[in-house]
Design a protein around this ligand. Structure first.
Ligand code: NAP
Length: 273
């Protein structure tokens, strides 16, 4: 069904949701010896990606903006990745049922085409996982959800030996990419050294800043759900300081006309293309 209106590049063309991001072939875009890193968020027009839940005091994606059509695109981005980059806090939330699933790609009949797509493009059944953490406080129960993949924990020199050994005893590879904190450039090199060609960043604003501040993020995909949420305890797509403003270069913009509350799907490049 052609229910997506392409607004940029300007065509006024109607498109189908299925395949909208898959056609980008992100797994084949990196130059030899390099890796393509991309992030993706859904936000309200007032910029909220998560709100604090009054009962649990956890920050969670607001139910009113999460929707299946955006989730289809989330899955399409995951399907094109060799590895998914996430945070330890995500795993801590996952351990007590407060995080969205880490997929798997192609779980459920409506996403089975993505499993085939991966096979056709020579990718493993599921992307590997890199967990970014200084504390290495990653609950074992949450790791059980990703037993079908290789899991690497990426940390800094500040991580304690006892925590590193605990991670390794749970079957994780622990790699260091920074002195005080994980640094974007070192993380990118680590991904290249591990042979990854496409990396999908699904963590929150701190990991995002880590990549953007070091200039190693290639694309930002942003779904803007056309609603206002308010609330004073929230996350946006970026936290902390940047040395200078970072320009975004619009690549594509679509209007999703089917959902009860409309949404915009945008792709930005972080460097001129
Ligand atoms: N709406 C959306 O599309 C969307 C997408 C993603 C996330 N979210 C929401 O955003 C909220 C925050 O997500 P998140 O917890 O994944 O956020 P995050 O702010 O990116 O991650 C925080 C954790 O990651 C680790 N970390 C981040 N940068 C690091 C660095 N440079 N070096 C070492 N460790 C680093 C730290 O782990 P340690 O404490 O273990 O050291 C830190 O506690 C959640 O509520 C989530 O649901 C929403």
């Amino acid at each position: 069904m052609a229910d997506i209106l392409q607004l940029y590049p300007v065509t006024q063309q109607q498109r189908a949701l299925k395949g909208l991001y898959l056609e980008l072939n992100l797994c084949e875009q990196a130059a030899d010896g390099d890796v393509l890193i991309y992030s993706n968020y859904i936000a309200s027009v007032d910029g909220r990606i998560s709100l604090r839940d009054d009962d649990s005091a956890e920050f969670v994606v607001p139910e009113s903006i999460a929707n299946k059509r955006d989730w289809r695109l989330y899955q399409e981005l995951a399907a094109q990745s060799d590895v998914m980059l996430t945070s330890a806090r995500y795993f801590r939330q996952l351990a007590h049922g407060k995080a969205q699933d880490l997929l798997p790609v192609g779980g459920g009949p409506e996403y089975m085409d993505l499993t085939q797509w991966r096979q056709q493009h020579g990718l493993k059944d599921q992307p590997d996982v890199v967990v970014i953490s200084n504390s290495l406080d990653i609950p074992e129960t949450a790791l059980e959800e990703v037993q079908d993949r290789r899991v690497i924990s990426c940390t800094s020199e500040r991580a304690g030996n006892a925590q590193r050994e605990r991670m390794e005893s749970m079957g994780l590879t622990v790699l260091v990419a920074g002195r005080e904190r994980v640094e974007g450039k070192q993380l990118r090199q680590l991904l290249i050294d591990q042979g990854f060609r496409s990396a999908y960043m699904i963590a929150g604003p701190e990991v995002h800043r880590t990549l953007i501040a070091d200039g190693v993020l290639d694309y930002l995909f942003l779904t803007t759900q056309l609603s206002l949420l308010g609330h004073d305890a929230f996350h946006t797509i970026l936290s902390g300081q940047l040395d200078q403003p970072v320009d975004l270069h619009l690549q594509r913009l679509y209007l999703d006309q089917l959902v009860s509350s409309q949404q915009l799907f945008a792709q930005f490049a972080l460097h001129p293309v």
